[in-house]
Design a protein around this ligand. Structure first.
Ligand code: F6P
Length: 339
């Protein structure tokens, strides 16, 4: 069989581990051929690809980013230009011309949605979920999340000493898109005092009162962890907005940090390497069994799969009564709401 593989959407640590997991299993165990499609769905539109041989997959396990490139190309999105091209039609044409038996799409929510549409158009497709946001519906976890959590936790750890030295309130903004997984997990792991996530509506007065009370209790400094996706009437940086507002509400000095793309860069954590490898190997097993139109998932300790149409278009958000939220509340971590 001839397998096409692409990485789409924002990059994250573990993409190369997944490519390697797919490629090595396909080549070594099943004698399949692997075609690396360049820059996500753009590569299928422009017919840009290269054969990935076994030797091309050596030494990439620990590498950040993706050796085949990525893009945010959404082929089914309608464009208004005069030179409109039928991208799905081109993708199907090139899929046939390349003689592909299946296309493996490694990506987040948007990618799985596109993968499902391609499956509906008659292509054999398998999805592999990745993202630092951990917001892909149907899987317990995506690879990329653990690595980003390590980076974000390290950043919060480093804020403690400078916050303490200056007796300041430090506000740090983490990624996560519309979900609060990264802020919640890194916030708890890094000893954040306030954690703001999109799923829980905050009240600035509640945060102000909480921080003032901490100062009154002779706690010299505080750390406020903010998910980028929280409600922010001003647009722009969520941390900047919260920081400015707190500055007016509390006596302590406030400072902001926006961690940004550092969260997506560098070598994957051991957990992400293993998860990506397992996802990759399981995707190939599905292909060998001709079980197409599915996305591999982690369910407890097991790797299994779900139909793409069940996953497509959904978002996995933090439930407001999530166990870690409740645990954090019981330790007086403030989520900005009145409980
Ligand atoms: O989905 C991953 C992610 O890093 C989000 O956390 C963030 O909102 C977004 O991508 C940034 O996207 P871009 O790479 O297009 O700037």
């Amino acid at each position: 069989m001839r397998i096409g593989i692409l990485t789409a959407g924002g990059d994250c640590p573990g993409l190369n581990a997944a490519i390697r997991g797919v490629g090595k299993t396909a080549i070594v165990e099943y004698g399949m051929e692997i075609i690396g499609i360049s820059s996500g769905f753009l590569g299928l539109i422009n017919k840009e690809y290269r054969l990935l041989k076994e030797e091309d997959l050596s030494g990439i396990l620990t590498l950040g980013g993706t050796i085949i490139g990525t893009s945010r190309e959404k082929p089914f999105k309608k464009s208004n230009g005069i030179n409109q091209i039928d991208k799905p039609k081109l993708i199907k044409k090139h899929y046939q011309e390349l003689g592909l038996d299946c296309l493996v799409c490694i990506g987040g929510n948007g990618t799985q949605k596109t993968a499902n549409k391609l499956a509906e158009e008659g292509l054999n497709v398998i999805g592999i979920p990745k993202t630092i946001d951990n917001d892909v519906w149907g899987t317990d976890v995506t690879f990329g999340f653990d690595s980003a959590m390590w980076i974000a936790t390290d950043a919060i750890d480093r804020l403690h000493s400078t916050a303490n030295s200056h007796k300041r309130v430090m506000v740090i903004e983490l990624m996560g898109h519309h979900a609060g997984w990264l802020a919640l997990y890194s916030g708890v792991a890094g000893g954040g005092d306030v954690i703001l996530i999109p799923e829980i509506k905050y009240d600035l007065d509640v945060i102000g009162e909480y921080l003032t009370e901490r100062a009154n209790k002779k706690k010299p400094y505080s750390i406020v962890v903010v998910a980028e996706g929280i409600q922010n009437p001003k647009g722009g940086s969520a941390a900047r907005y919260i920081c400015k507002k707190l500055n007016k509400l509390i006596e302590q000095e406030t400072r902001e940090t926006i961690l940004g793309y550092i969260q997506r860069g560098g070598s994957p954590s051991p957990m992400d390497r293993i998860l990506a490898t397992r996802f990759g190997a399981s995707a190939v097993k599905l292909i060998a069994e001709r079980k197409f139109g599915r996305m591999v998932i982690k369910n407890g300790e097991n790797i299994s799969s779900l139909p793409l149409h069940e996953v497509a278009g959904k978002l996995r958000k933090v439930p407001v009564d999530y166990a870690l939220v409740k645990k954090a509340r019981s330790m007086d971590i403030c989520f900005g709401d009145r409980v």
